[in-house]
Write a protein that binds this ligand. Structure first.
Ligand SMILES: Nc1ncnc2c1ncn2[C@@H]1O[C@H](COP(=O)(O)OP(=O)(O)O)[C@@H](O)[C@H]1O
Ligand SMILES: O=P(O)(O)OC[C@H]1O[C@](O)(COP(=O)(O)O)[C@@H](O)[C@@H]1O
Length: 320
């Protein structure tokens, strides 16, 4: 069982347009509406793949009921903490060339009492039996940055492994609690290490800093350049090309879901993570992959990593 915790879930709306021109009205033929938030997406992917999961989340207002209704319809078990303010809506604009522009609301502020109830709900879910706890996404305004550190401590006190996917102060603050894995993307690596992450070597350096400050392993997602796994045994890089990228919204969440479903450590889990992340990138909106969407044969693992490989390009050395 994998328990996910989402302190700041969302309703995700994706509108598809041919191309964006700033300052113009765009008529979108359709909008896709999905339950959102990083932990919610990890649980949605696991459920779709037939893996036991419970999504612990805060959900207020009519939007909160819509969110839990959508999750029930998708067969995702939830533990809902009702709060005063309504769930946020996040908008993604998908252009025909694969460019995604996202507008994420800050989300409703939680009171200290609501934050405590979320931790209690997570604790109860773990006590029903879990191998992993995944704490994912931004924290709502006013939530102490130490929230994820407390979640990791709650997991460890019950012999449960902890994975954290967050950014900024919330990511930094969880490290002393020694989560088994953190999952930054390229910009989160750069923000944490305060360096420009231009090459694979830069990404490895930034990931090492996260390990130096407490993370046991770093699963760093690098968009079209795949992902790095940096742990106590070394560094592995892998990738899985996607013929047509439809929407990368949720790709990082699907990737973390694959990693945890495959045991949460080592090259075998990295392979699964890459297959699930690539499958999500090939699907529109926040659609997440089921078993039939996975192509494990597309995954390539590079044990000898090329530190000069420029990210965002296709293998060109830095300065070339
Ligand atoms: N353009 C792409 N081509 C192939 N795989 C992709 C692409 N974009 C994302 N992915 C897959 O999804 C994972 C997560 O994407 P990324 O954008 O790095 O994370 P996040 O969604 O957390 O920002 C990547 O590590 C990769 O496996
Ligand atoms: O909590 P944050 O950082 O605002 O992110 C929330 C958004 O991230 C998502 O979970 C997608 O995540 P990724 O694109 O990083 O995989 C959306 O469903 C949601 O709108």
């Amino acid at each position: 069982m994998i328990v996910t915790v989402t302190a700041n879930p969302s309703i995700d709306r994706t509108v598809e347009v041919a191309a964006v021109t700033r300052g113009r009205v765009h008529r979108a033929p359709r909008a896709l509406v999905h339950p959102g938030g990083k932990g919610v997406n990890v649980s949605r992917t696991l459920a779709k793949q037939g893996h036991p999961t419970t999504a612990v989340l805060v959900a207020g207002g009519a939007e909160g009921s819509e969110l839990t209704g959508l999750l029930a319809a998708a067969g995702v078990a939830t533990s809902r903490v009702s709060v005063g303010e309504p769930v946020r809506t996040n908008i993604a604009v998908a252009e025909a060339d694969g460019t995604i522009t996202k507008f994420n609301e800050a989300g409703p502020a939680l009171s200290a009492e609501e934050a405590e109830r979320l931790l209690e709900a997570a604790t109860r879910a773990l006590e029903r039996g879990a191998g992993w706890l995944a704490g994912c996404g931004s924290l709502p305004p006013g939530m102490p940055a130490a929230f994820y550190a407390r979640l990791v401590e709650i997991a460890h006190a019950r012999g449960v492994n902890a994975a954290i996917d967050s950014s900024g102060a919330a990511l930094a603050a969880c490290l002393p609690a020694a989560p088994e894995v953190v999952k930054p993307n390229r910009s989160e690596l750069a923000e944490y290490a305060r360096i420009e992450v231009r090459t694979l070597g830069d990404a490895v350096k930034a990931a090492q800093q996260l390990r130096d400050h407490g993370a046991r392993a770093v699963l760093a997602s690098l968009g079209a350049d795949g992902a790095l796994l940096v742990d106590g045994t070394g560094v592995v890089h892998g990738e899985a090309p996607v013929a047509r990228v439809r929407s990368t919204v949720g790709a990082g969440d699907a990737m973390l879901a694959g990693f945890l479903a495959a045991g949460g450590r080592g090259e075998k889990a990295l392979r699964e993570a890459l297959a699930w992340g690539a499958a999500a990138a090939a699907l529109p909106g926040s659609h997440l992959p089921g078993p039939a969407d996975l192509d494990r044969t597309a995954v390539v693992i590079n044990s000898d990593i090329s530190p000069d490989r420029v990210l965002g390009g296709r293998g060109k050395p830095a300065g070339a």
